[in-house]
Design a protein around this ligand. Sequence first.
Ligand SMILES: [Zn+2]
Ligand SMILES: [Zn+2]
Length: 345
Amino acid sequence: MPKLDLIRENPFLGDFCAAADILKNVLHCPSISTFEEWRNVKLDSKEIKEVYVGDDGDEQGREFGKESSLVSGNLLYSLEHTGKDLKITRMAVFAHDEHWKNLLDYFDLCLDFIDVGRKEKGVLVHCFAGQSRSASMVIAYLMRTEKLYLEDALASIRQSSHVSPNPGFLKQLELFEKMSFKVDRSSPIYKRFCLKALGYLYSKDKKFDKLKLRTDPEISNESSSNGTTTYQCKKCKRVVLSQEQVMNHTPSEADLEFDAVFANMNGDVHNKNLGGEEQQCTSVFVEPLSWMNQVEEDLSEGKLLCPKCKTRLGSFDWSGSYCSCGSKIVPAFQLQLSRVDVITL
Ligand SMILES: [Zn+2]
Ligand SMILES: [Zn+2]
């Protein structure tokens, strides 16, 4: 019996069978053949577009390649006409139901699509079981549309549906709440999520997605506006960092914020016990920047040299390193404060 629940007036949240019943038909991406095999039917479909992460020729592709933590070259989403007389529009994104899977970066795309569909006729949001992935998406939708806190959105949906997002997705919904129901890629909390995600992918693939290197502040104009703080190489005065590229941490505290999503990434040790004496941070931890050539070589750790005079400014380590305050930062792109000048315009 297909599982299909009406959430509010619309959208519906459902499982794979419900989708097959309604669509009688789906796409040629990995799931269309699955649908066809499942129901033994021939399904009509007509592609509207396919967008890939990091695709230079597409605005969304470009944006997601640079700013999200989704892997470049992967399908971002596909859009197609399907169903009877090709009257149904179907959008598909690809995410396994695993705690470390990035669902957050798909929120805005999917929620906008649900919004449009809901205004026009009706929307079915489905995955395989209708419990974790699609449920998370519908919860995010209710949070954004009705300005509900995660807890309230969950409670309201549980009356009509059996939902259970995995712990990683729940955490991402919590981040969505903290960002005021919008995936704000410039917010510190998003940047930390993004860097953790890149670190997690590195720990799996031993490879770093070069598109994710942040703009060198020397060549970006923003760094020169009034009131901004930049960091220069002490020796040659070359600008190497702007303040918004610093990833702040709380001194002497373990960074456990994302443990539900990226479990086991930090290992067992989170910080060093420094015997009660509070220690100053003698370095800053930053996003990986495009002048960090050593990072581009997919090495797991190495030195960070000034791009101009080649003085050593710090080091990086994908599996993390300790700050002088005792906090372990994972992954770590670390510049020694003794090697740079901090300048505020
Ligand atoms: Zn510190
Ligand atoms: Zn230098």
